[in-house]
Design a protein around this ligand. Structure first.
Ligand code: DON
Length: 307
């Protein structure tokens, strides 16, 4: 078997001179303060072994990576009827795009673009107050990672609430098609808070391990989802997890993955490992530039591509 610690160390060393490349997201003011030279990477294999480098234990804003967890929760609550509210096709558009919604009657293309994740927040809200729904999401992520210390960064949530004009536009537009069942403010309250979850690469890799191990977290023994559902979530991550950069990520890395504008990426090597990387500089699609390179190097060295 490949020496994963040596591979992670080598990736870290090779990418160190390039840290700072890309553009840190600044449309959420609180994210603009992050040091662009940060780099963390953590791999947890299905036997529970952990391999890490750099800032793997420094918390960062996971942003859109949280959409994997809210989708998993919504599927648990609503099963296949989830797909009445959100599609399963790549959008080929930016993460915050509004154009397709008009032609497609307020039904977002997939659960990972902002509009789709807002629809999923509406589904998670069912039968709850926003506070309860947010609590449920935090408890779910703590259960996945087996780590009670995971929390939401309230300043990031507030910062986005204050400046999230696009997301308000998306949610109001969907509401105009009767595609949201709760008040826009409640739905977005849930959405902004789950995007503001702060996690380390190690915590994130742990929380994604169930997707690498057919739905069961091998660290805790908990069956989170069925084998079929894990496979399906992975399929969505592969086709839609990097927005209009999903094709490029599949081409270069070949693993299901989900990015966030905080610079994190969670990638899943089915049957092998869960991997989290963090480097705040983004490429033009809003995905971590150095993080994508790190995963490309990992896939090349390990042969873990699903293709
Ligand atoms: O809604 C937003 O704009 C952010 N909370 C999340 C966006 C995001 O992470 C897109 N990812 N690349």
């Amino acid at each position: 078997m490949a020496d994963l610690q040596a591979i992670v160390d080598e990736i870290h060393e090779k990418l160190t001179p390039r840290l700072g490349e890309g553009k840190v997201a600044d449309y959420i003011p609180q994210l603009a303060h992050v040091d662009p030279k940060r780099f963390g990477m953590a791999i947890i294999d299905v036997e529970g072994r952990v391999f890490k480098a750099g800032d793997a234990d420094v918390p960062f804003s996971i942003q859109s990576i949280s959409k994997v967890f809210t989708l998993t929760l919504a599927l648990g609550k609503h099963g296949e009827t989830t797909w009445n509210r959100v599609g399963r096709e790549p959008s080929g558009s930016a993460f915050n795009s509004i154009v397709q919604l008009e032609h497609e009657e307020g039904k977002p293309r997939n659960p990972f673009i902002n509009a789709g994740a807002i629809a999923v927040s509406d589904l998670v809200l069912a039968g709850h107050t926003p506070r309860e729904a947010i609590g449920e999401i935090v408890r779910f992520v703590r259960y996945l990672a087996d780590d009670e210390t995971i929390a939401i960064d309230p300043d990031v949530a507030k910062s986005e609430q204050a400046t999230g004009y696009r997301n308000f536009a998306l949610a109001n537009f969907m509401r105009s098609f009767n595609k949201l069942t709760h008040p826009v403010e409640h739905v977005l309250g849930v959405y902004f808070h789950h995007c503001a979850l702060a996690m380390t690469c190690t915590q994130l890799a742990k929380s994604g391990l169930f997707l690498a191990a057919s739905g069961r977290n091998p660290l805790t023994g908990h069956t989170v989802v069925s084998k079929q559902r894990a496979r399906r979530i992975n399929a969505l991550m592969l086709t839609c997890g990097h927005y209009d950069g999903s094709g490029d990520f599949a081409y270069r890395v070949g693993l299901p993955g989900k990015s966030g504008v905080g610079g994190g990426i969670l990638a899943v090597a089915p049957g092998r490992a869960s991997v989290a990387v963090w480097s705040p500089g983004l490429n033009h699609n809003g995905n971590s530039l150095i993080g994508s390179l790190a995963l490309e190097m990992l896939a090349t060295r390990t042969g873990w591509s699903v293709f």
